[in-house]
Design a protein around this ligand. Structure first.
Ligand SMILES: Nc1ncnc2c1ncn2[C@@H]1O[C@H](COP(=O)(O)OP(=O)(O)O)[C@@H](O)[C@H]1O
Ligand SMILES: [Mg+2]
Length: 340
């Protein structure tokens, strides 16, 4: 699959055995989206889509165009060209109906003095047009889901970062939208709050079948949350697909079958380095203390043969392992550090 500048490429796997992909409506879609600010091409032909229940990471450095793309999808800004859709509805032609089924959590939202949690949520419940019992039910549902019921009376300007992000997510859920757009929700959270956020996102996607687009400039925040990702830099999508597919792109670029292997020895690292350099498929050996890392281009059989030869030659091997590439490696390899 060509991952680069993927034309109308669907992010992630779809349940093709149940529904043919062409018949399944994407939960959201960016289609040749452009948004320019004067000469600056903040969003430059962004195209990707996601299907119901997917959690899609929107990954890119600061200034890449994530917020600008998300604001268009959230009907808060208009494209220079192209369009974006939520469940088939155009954000340009049908913004009112898009807002009913989409929730947007901005990267920063205001705190107001003298407003407590329940009042804050009730304000949004009214803003979405709920009245009477529905209005109370919407607030209660969100308080329960976010586990904020106990803190209902707490003034919102006294909340920790973690709690205020949880409230922000809650506010996004008031009208029970199908598609959630979360702009850097994990930014600045401590590890515990991050785990809690991850659990909420998991519940939303898996139990409640929400489709979630979640941005970050920090890879480690996303790799555990997302099943698929789109990598953006300087307004352009550089790669998109399932996390596995993006990893595959990375190994394709490095040369098919290339892996980084690591060997730790009890002693004799220097001798092993010389020995390794004489072996087939081995390149780029680097040694740090008793640990050696090297590129290996052979298949699994060649790996078995290599290990046997090293042991036969007297290497005292304690550990022999392949490094698992992660999203961060993919990001570093795919992006180039372009600034505009
Ligand atoms: N309203 C605006 N006017 C002018 N330039 C903008 C505006 N909004 C964003 N930009 C610029 O567009 C680029 C993309 O910004 P943004 O979408 O916020 O990136 P990200 O969210 O990935 O950090 C940046 O160079 C930013 O300065
Ligand atoms: Mg941003």
């Amino acid at each position: 699959m060509n991952m680069i500048a993927a034309e109308s490429f669907a992010v992630g796997s779809t349940p093709v055995e149940e529904v043919p992909e062409d018949d399944l409506q994407p939960a959201f879609e960016f289609r040749n989206l452009h948004r320019f600010f004067g000469k600056l091409k903040a969003v430059n032909n962004v195209t990707f889509k996601a299907y119901p229940g997917q959690v899609v990471g929107f990954i890119g450095p600061n200034g890449a165009g994530k917020t600008t793309s998300m604001r268009v999808l959230a009907t808060l800004d208009l494209p220079t060209a192209g369009d974006a859709f939520v469940e088939g509805l155009s954000v340009v032609d049908d913004p009112d109906n898009v807002r009913r089924i989409m929730g947007f959590m901005p990267d920063a939202f205001g705190t107001y003095p003298n407003v407590n949690i329940v009042e804050y949520l009730d304000f949004y419940s009214r803003a979405y047009g709920f009245t009477g019992r529905q209005r109370r039910d919407a607030v209660d549902r969100v308080l329960t889901f976010t586990d904020l019921s106990r803190l209902a009376e707490k003034p919102i300007d006294t909340l920790s970062k973690g709690l205020s992000q949880r409230l922000g997510l809650g506010r996004t859920l008031i009208h029970d939208p199908h598609v959630l757009i979360l702009d850097e929700p994990a930014a600045g959270l401590d590890p515990r709050a991050r785990v809690e956020l991850r659990e909420l996102i998991h519940l939303l996607a898996v139990n409640l079948k929400k489709t979630i687009l979640i941005s970050s400039h920090i890879l480690t925040e996303l790799s555990e949350i997302c099943d698929s990702a789109a990598i953006i830099e300087a307004g352009k999508i550089l790669a998109c697909g399932t996390v596995t597919e993006i990893m595959q792109t990375l190994s394709d670029r490095r040369g098919r079958g290339t892996a980084t292997l690591t060997v730790r020895v009890l002693q004799g690292a220097e001798a092993l380095e010389r020995l390794l350099l004489q072996q087939p498929f081995v390149g780029l050996v680097s040694t740090a203390g008793s640990t050696l890392s090297f590129q290996f281009e052979g298949d699994d059989r060649a790996r078995v043969a290599l290990l046997k030869r090293l042991v036969d030659q007297g290497a005292q091997i304690v550990e022999f392992s392949g490094k698992t590439e992660n999203l961060e490696d993919a990001f570093m390899a795919i992006t180039e550090g372009i600034m505009q």
